[in-house]
Design a protein around this ligand. Structure first.
Ligand SMILES: NC(=O)C1=CN([C@@H]2O[C@H](COP(=O)(O)OP(=O)(O)OC[C@H]3O[C@@H](n4cnc5c(N)ncnc54)[C@H](O)[C@@H]3O)[C@@H](O)[C@H]2O)C=CC1
Ligand SMILES: NCC(=O)COP(=O)(O)O
Length: 330
């Protein structure tokens, strides 16, 4: 991978065309974001959406190395396969959605962009197109040849990472193996150090079972799998807790003692964070060779083209990506 140019912009993929991603990009272009960025989208889609929202929009084709101009959005044009109506999914445009992601990854890998920020995609419609797809997180891992990545959300004054991501609940206990837990904790610690500037990250680990297993009476995963890994990493110098009961882990007192909570599965940690920060939270993929942040919400098909979508999370995602770039370059 080439080194990122110091002045390289961030790149935003506009996501599912029938969702609110294009709306959010148009809104972002109309705000004065401090971070230079380029959007990948079909240009006519952005223009149509801007007209629907009643937002004035000036576009120019992105040219690598050309400095950003105020009030003009630089766009990398990727053509839609078929015309798009806000709120109406069409599997024919799934290739378009993935092509935008590939273009962003390639640009990050060759140093053209300092990092990528993703607007939401619709996982179901990509699968309907016959392309197995569980999320950006897994797709970006595959595109960059990364064996393991970690999803972490940032918002409401907390960081919440997940040991497992898009997995059916009944498969979760078997997925939490000692090697996985160890690798996940190594990735969290390393990325909090190099991309968040935290010298010795303090990580609180949620147990899998109620009351963190109640000494083995409510499940043995804590005793058999988790505690041995956590003890070993602590001996190595990691600041990690024992498995803690998840129901009291997200209290302000506990959160004030850590830099990150590690949840064992998606809906153990994310509802708490989203309750505290929905619309302002940021999803970060840890462990990738490139920087990637994203919004904390989905495609909100019901709001596309209505002007009611809140662009706060995309703005936060852009800001956080820029901060991560600064930490990595310092
Ligand atoms: N980063 C990504 O690409 C993500 C994609 N998704 C995908 O999005 C699709 C729809 O998922 P849902 O569960 O329906 O969640 P959703 O976030 O799209 O919608 C849930 C509710 O929140 C509202 N909402 C969402 N974003 C909003 C915004 N910016 N401003 C105001 N209100 C907003 C919606 O109108 C809806 O009422 C699914 O295919 C899912 O997989 C979901 C989460 C993240
Ligand atoms: N619940 C978070 C989510 O679905 C985001 O997934 P990804 O597309 O960022 O992998």
């Amino acid at each position: 991978m080439s080194k990122t140019l110091p002045s390289a912009p961030l790149v935003i993929t506009s996501g599912e065309p029938a969702g609110i991603g294009p709306d959010l990009c148009v809104r972002l272009a109309a705000t004065s974001a401090a971070e230079p960025f380029v959007v990948i989208a079909d240009k006519s889609l952005l223009q149509q959406r801007a007209a629907q929202l009643g937002v004035g929009l000036r576009l120019q084709d992105y040219v690598a190395g050309r400095p950003a101009q105020p009030d003009i959005l630089s766009v990398i044009h990727v053509p839609l396969a078929v015309p798009c109506r806000p709120g109406t999914l069409d599997a024919a445009n799934s290739g378009y959605v993935l092509e935008m992601l590939r273009r962003a990854v390639q640009g990050c890998q060759r140093g053209e962009f300092s990092g990528m920020v993703t607007a939401p995609v619709h996982k179901g419609i990509i699968n309907d197109a016959g392309i197995p797809f569980t999320g950006h997180t897994e797709f970006l891992a595959e595109q960059t040849g990364t064996p393991l990545v970690v999803m972490m959300l940032v918002g409401g004054g907390m960081r919440v990472a997940l040991a497992t991501t898009h997995l059916a609940l009944r498969e979760v206990p078997d997925a939490i193996t000692a090697p996985l837990l160890e690798d996940v904790l190594r990735i969290i610690r390393r990325d909090l150090q190099r991309r968040f500037g935290i010298a010795q990250p303090r990580i609180l680990v949620a147990g899998l079972n109620p009351h963190a297993g109640e000494g083995g009476y409510l499940g043995r995963e804590e005793i058999d799998v988790m505690i041995p890994v956590l003890d070993r990493l602590r001996d190595e110098g990691f600041d990690v807790s024992a498995p803690l009961p998840a129901d009291t882990l997200f209290t302000p007192h506990k959160l004030s003692q850590c830099d990150c909570v590690l949840s064992m599965y998606h809906d153990q940690g994310l509802p708490v964070l989203k309750h505290a920060s929905f619309g302002q939270g940021v999803n970060v993929t840890l462990g990738l060779p490139i920087i990637r942040t994203s919004v904390d919400h989905g495609t909100a098909l019901d709001l596309a083209g209505t002007g009611k979508a809140d662009s706060g999370s995309l703005l936060e995602a852009l800001k956080l990506a820029s901060e991560m770039v600064s930490h990595e370059q310092s």
